[in-house]
Write a new protein. Structure first.
Length: 99
């Protein structure tokens, strides 16, 4: 397998209503693959009877036109953290820390 086919990162999703943390590994970190990860997370949530109504994201790829269009087309709301905001990782500040 070439290094271009390997995971280079991912997106972490947290359902604040249920506390579910979901990691989606990605080969590329652009908007198209991040959108696929978002839709996969939402599909899994739907299978459990949960409807995702909003996104609270950091900046970066989540501010791309493509990502925001997908969010808005699904009648979801999106909030962006201020740059350097201490609260932007919220629930993840515990589970994502290495042990």
């Amino acid at each position: 397998m070439s290094s271009s086919d390997m995971f280079h990162g991912g997106t972490i999703f947290v359902d604040n209503a249920t506390g579910n943390v979901n990691v989606r590994h990605q080969v590329f970190l652009g908007s198209s693959e991040t959108i696929k990860s978002k839709l996969g997370f939402e599909r899994d949530a739907c299978d459990c009877g949960v409807v995702i109504s909003s996104c609270h994201t950091d900046n970066g790829i989540f501010t791309s036109k493509k990502f925001v269009e997908v969010v808005l087309c699904q009648d979801q709301k999106v909030w962006f953290s201020r740059v350097g905001a201490a609260h932007q990782n919220g629930v993840l500040s515990g589970p994502s820390e290495p042990s």
